[in-house]
Design a protein around this ligand. Structure first.
Ligand SMILES: NC(=O)c1ccc[n+]([C@@H]2O[C@H](COP(=O)([O-])OP(=O)(O)OC[C@H]3O[C@@H](n4cnc5c(N)ncnc54)[C@H](OP(=O)(O)O)[C@@H]3O)[C@@H](O)[C@H]2O)c1
Length: 326
């Protein structure tokens, strides 16, 4: 089978497309014929050795995928060969991949493989952040940074679904138009406008209640300064490459809070909320309140170039990898 392999950490051009033997599942695992995988920011960090998790070499990246079960580990009771599943783990940028059965879920009836591969990581992160960690309330104002990216776009849609007024921020008019199509009420180009000034102008000088921040860098402090009394800032990630250092007097002054979000680890610590959130997302998909936006589809050989474009801020919504495509 074909697999994209990371044999050494480093530049994206070191990834190699190779012919390898299909993997053998352990007792609690499934072997899955991958029909679609989605690219997430951590995938590109991981192959460069820049992510908090460093898998043993060699490995195939690709943390989120969907496909057909082709082999079932001896201890797995819930799945059978032929089942359609969504999986979260590693190895999705290959024709076949292993996944722990407990990190899989059935692909809902009527959902196609591409949507299944684009759903869990970004939407669960954003729902975990906005609802469980940010305690967002209907009628509150939400500021989303990097709002045309993977987790940002999900935050815009979920913010609207939870009844918030959403101000979406991104770096170009094309991205802002995309955010309006997602449902954003207002948009700000933070490369051209002063973030705090524009936010205050849009909120009668009060500021926003909640910030969703997957970008980091200097924008974090600007966004925190644009929050209202009792405002919260969700620390989602640092796509800008810089972890900001914040003076804590900014929290004292308006009783603001900085709130961390780590969806992957929250599965261990709060599995019940994950179950509830997945059920909520499926209900919203069914009634059309949310819809993953797939902006492009590429074969395995094009993944390094796709990762480079993600690092260059050139992807909107979700990009899908199709391992069977030539
Ligand atoms: N905490 C969690 O549980 C969790 C879960 C998933 C992802 N994350 C993190 O969230 C972040 C975003 O992930 P994603 O999948 O949404 O990525 P993405 O699709 O690439 O979106 C990131 C956005 O960040 C903005 N950005 C600003 N400066 C950037 C730079 N120098 N390089 C790249 N992007 C830049 C871009 O928007 P503009 O061009 O409009 O500024 C881009 O659309 C990552 O740091 C990821 O590790 C965290």
């Amino acid at each position: 089978m074909k697999a994209l392999l990371c044999t050494q950490f480093g530049g994206l051009n070191r990834l190699e497309l190779k012919e390898v033997a299909p993997p053998t599942p352990g007792p609690g695992q499934l072997r899955i014929a991958v029909k679609a995988a989605s690219l997430n920011f951590p995938d590109a960090l991981m192959v460069q050795g820049l992510y908090q998790i460093k898998p043993a070499l060699p490995f195939s990246p690709g943390s989120e995928f969907s496909g057909l079960v082709v082999e079932v580990g001896s201890a797995v009771k819930r799945y059978r060969v032929g089942d359609r599943v969504i999986a979260f783990g590693l190895g999705g940028f290959a024709e076949q991949a292993l996944a722990d059965a407990e990190r899989c879920m059935p692909l809902p009836l009527g959902m196609d493989f591409e949507v299944g591969a684009a759903l869990i990581l970004t939407y669960c992160t954003s729902l975990r952040g906005l609802k469980d960690r940010g305690r967002i309330q209907a009628g509150e104002t939400l500021l989303v940074l990097g709002a045309a990216g993977g987790v940002g776009a999900a935050a815009v849609e979920i913010g609207r679904a939870l009844g918030a007024r959403v101000i979406a921020c991104a770096s170009s008019e094309e991205k802002l138009a995309f955010c309006r199509e997602l449902g954003a009420d207002e948009t700000i180009d933070y490369t051209k406008e002063k973030l705090r000034d524009r936010v205050l102008a849009l909120t009668d000088g009060l500021g926003v209640d909640l910030v969703y921040d997957p970008v980091g860098g200097p924008l974090t402090e600007q966004a925190l300064r644009a929050t209202a009394w009792g405002g919260r800032l969700l620390v989602i990630g640092f796509a800008a490459g810089e972890i900001p250092k914040i003076a804590l007097n900014l929290c004292l002054l308006k009783e603001r809070a900085l709130v961390g979000v780590y969806w992957g680890d929250s599965l261990k610590h709060d599995p019940a909320s994950h179950e509830r959130n997945v059920a909520q997302l499926l209900a919203w998909i069914a009634n059309g309140k949310i819809r993953p936006r797939i902006s492009e589809r590429v074969p395995l050989a094009a993944v390094p170039a796709l990762m480079a474009r993600m690092a260059a801020r050139q992807i909107m919504g979700k990009a899908i990898v199709l391992p069977e495509a030539a």
